[in-house]
Design a protein around this ligand. Structure first.
Ligand SMILES: N[C@H](CCC[C@H](N)C(=O)O)C(=O)O
Length: 284
């Protein structure tokens, strides 16, 4: 029988089971992650975040992410902010800006003076092979907005990789958007060989959007940090948002601020909160 200490945290309601894998033994392959994720029969969370020692000379930590369905994925934006809060509060580091290795690349989260957390989320990628995404034609492969065929319904999506894959759909009203129907159909659509996170974006002004995200491996969440980055980037590329100032992204759980200067070489910067809820222990 194993016993595991964890900390329950959230970023705007996107909630996490955070595990210190440095000071306790934990093998995710041997853990019932999907069962723990259940909100009725388990601990209840959107993702499990595992903190490990770095594997390179430049990293301060390695950070692994597991969705509620148990799938290991490349990146988690809200999780990155909770990660910084966790390693600081647990005194695993005294640095304010941390170099974090993830499967989706290096990210640089930093505790800000106002209690929020800034994260340099790296550069967005757009080419179909980097999403990955299978276009329906050569012409579609060259287009900025791609087409996903849901049955016979052509859905225009903007594809952005933020370390993890995102498909962003522009809608007139997020409240009326078919998030469950289209989210479920596109998340596991054959045109996305590694599945995809599906964002529904309503543009309120050149610096302000509303967003709902049907997350890969989890379903609709209260907030999605990489989804907010992907939506702001997609909106700027479509000319709907202004690259000169931060974009306020209103999600069901609250707001994030995203900055991206608009060229492929520019990094995406995200700012938002991170909260600790309770400490727990589970035997398995
Ligand atoms: N569901 C995502 C991982 C969590 C991302 C999200 N919680 C965030 O804050 O970025 C995926 O499969 O790529």
């Amino acid at each position: 029988m194993n016993t595991l200490k964890f900390t329950k945290m959230h970023g705007l309601g996107n909630d996490f089971m955070v595990v210190d894998g440095i000071n306790q033994r934990f093998d995710p392959a041997a853990a019932p992650i999907a069962a723990w994720a259940s909100r009725h029969t388990g601990i209840g969370f959107d993702q499990l975040l595992l903190i490990e020692a770095p594997q390179t000379a430049v990293g301060d930590f390695r950070y692994r992410i597991f969705n509620a369905d148990g799938s290991e994925v490349e990146q988690c934006g809200n999780g990155a902010r909770c990660f910084v809060r966790f390693v600081t509060d647990k005194q695993l580091t005294y640095k304010r800006e941390i170099v974090v290795e993830t499967a989706g690349g290096i990210i640089l989260p930093r505790l800000a003076d106002n209690g929020l957390v800034d994260v340099d989320m790296g550069k967005p990628l757009f080419a179909p092979e980097y999403i990955p995404f299978k276009p329906i034609s050569q012409e579609d492969a060259r287009a900025q907005t791609h087409t996903v065929l849901v049955g016979t319904e052509p859905i225009p999506v903007s594809c952005v990789n933020m370390g993890n894959p995102h498909a962003v759909i522009v809608v007139d009203d997020v409240a009326a958007a078919p998030v469950a129907r289209l989210g479920e159909a596109i998340e596991s659509h054959p045109q996305f060989p590694q599945r995809v996170n599906v964002g529904f974006m309503q543009v309120l002004s050149p610096q302000h959007i509303k967003l709902r995200v049907f997350e890969r491996g989890t379903g609709e969440t209260q907030a999605c940090g990489t989804g907010a980055c992907a939506a702001a980037v997609a909106g700027i590329r479509l000319g709907l948002l202004d690259a000169e100032a931060p974009v306020q992204v209103d999600l069901p759980g609250g707001s994030l601020h995203i900055r991206w200067a608009g060229s492929d070489a520019d990094h995406v910067l995200m700012t938002g909160p991170a909260q600790t809820v309770f400490e727990g222990e589970v035997s398995y």
